[in-house]
Write a protein that binds this ligand. Structure first.
Ligand code: 9L3
Ligand code: MG
Length: 137
């Protein structure tokens, strides 16, 4: 910002769920939401009073129907991106163990993707730089 006005900060948490074959779950943002059609790491906005881990556990339950233990979430990378009307701060966690079967609870398309193939999936600008952090998984 060059005009001295503060910009609204939005705190989001996201997760790279990694399966036994090293594939990572990508979720397509549904019609009607911002950035519709782009493929993102699942997650969402933190609510007041939540830790990042609390928020991620809640989002993964709401969006994918799985239960994740806090001990199974490891911080991996951090995204910071300025959109037209807000600034997004988004830590990315990695998780290899969860309970239950991943389901598209909100009707979103889901795909398990090898990190080397992620360039085929158009992503929100905040998510794109995070792909580099998955190479060494
Ligand atoms: N966002 C970007 N990448 C992600 C996630 C989960 C979210 N991996 C952005 C999209 C929206 C904002 O964060 O601009 C809030 O997300 P949502 O609550 O609309 O899912
Ligand atoms: Mg979400």
């Amino acid at each position: 910002m060059t005009d001295g006005r503060a910009q609204r900060i939005v705190l989001v948490v996201a997760c790279a769920l990694v399966d036994a074959d090293g594939r990572v779950l990508m979720a397509q943002r549904p019609e009607g939401k911002s950035l519709a059609g782009l493929w993102e790491f699942p997650g969402g906005k933190m609510e007041p009073g939540e830790t990042p881990e609390d928020a991620l556990i809640r989002e993964l339950r709401e969006e994918l129907g799985i239960e994740v233990a806090k001990a199974c979430l490891a911080p991996l990378a951090f995204a910071s991106h300025t959109y037209a009307d807000f600034h997004l701060l988004m830590p990315l966690y990695v998780c290899r163990r969860w309970q239950g079967t991943v389901q598209p609870v909100e009707g979103q398309a889901l795909e398990w993707v090898k990190p080397a193939r992620m360039r085929d999936y158009p992503m929100p600008p905040a998510d794109e730089p995070l792909v580099a952090a998955l190479r060494d998984l």
